[in-house]
Design a binder for this molecule. Structure first.
Ligand SMILES: [Fe+2]
Length: 197
């Protein structure tokens, strides 16, 4: 079970749960409800540690994939006088975040777990706030994407503490790398709203 205390603010999880319970009336239980599987590995971290780390990293993976989709949403839809700069910046951020997604997912697999990166898994798990769909201006996208970046950086730091508690120094180091990168991108985005010409 995830140790984070974050909660989705917009009730998307509740809506998803409601739609899943409707779906249950006509379809069998989804494949995502299959019990987590652990593969044998010569990695010397204790199995009990790996089980906990895998579950917690799958939580971070969901949020990182959610963040990546939000970067693309911003990249596609931003408009206004700052269009080209922001359009390119948001795509650069997307590329970096795609790298973070890969790092987290592959760490899960290295520990004998299954990286759960489907839209269905992400939807039910991410604690990030939904990206607003109706916004258009540069200022609106800067505000929305900086919210997403800072939200992810916060849960990444929660993850670092969790990995340290579990004595998985490598996963803690990986999340430290990721959170440092996200902090840099937050600066790049926030700089647009920190001073006016
Ligand atoms: Fe593009």
């Amino acid at each position: 079970m995830a140790r984070t205390t974050t909660h989705r603010k917009d009730g998307r999880g509740a809506r998803a749960a409601a739609s899943r319970s409707t779906a249950q009336q006509t379809v069998p239980a989804t494949r995502s409800r299959e019990p987590a599987r652990l593969f044998q590995t010569k990695n010397d971290l204790p199995e009990a540690t790996r089980v906990e780390v895998i579950a917690l990293l799958n939580q971070r993976l969901a949020e990182c994939i959610d963040l990546q989709t939000q970067c693309k949403q911003a990249h596609w839809n931003v408009k206004g006088p700052s269009f080209i700069g922001l359009h390119k910046l948001f795509d650069e951020i997307n590329e970096s975040v795609e790298g973070y997604v890969d790092l987290i997912a592959e760490r899960i697999v290295q520990l004998g777990g299954i990286a759960e990166g489907t839209i269905g898994a992400v939807e039910g798990r991410s604690t990030l706030v939904d990206y607003p769909l109706a916004i258009a201006t540069g200022a609106e996208h800067v505000a929305a994407l900086s919210d997403a970046l800072s939200g992810f950086a916060r849960v990444a730091r929660v993850g670092i503490e969790e990995m340290q508690e579990l004595k998985d120094a490598d996963s803690a180091d990986m999340l430290t790398d990721v959170s440092r990168g996200v902090d840099q991108w937050l600066w790049f985005v926030e700089a647009h709203q920190q001073a006016r010409e």
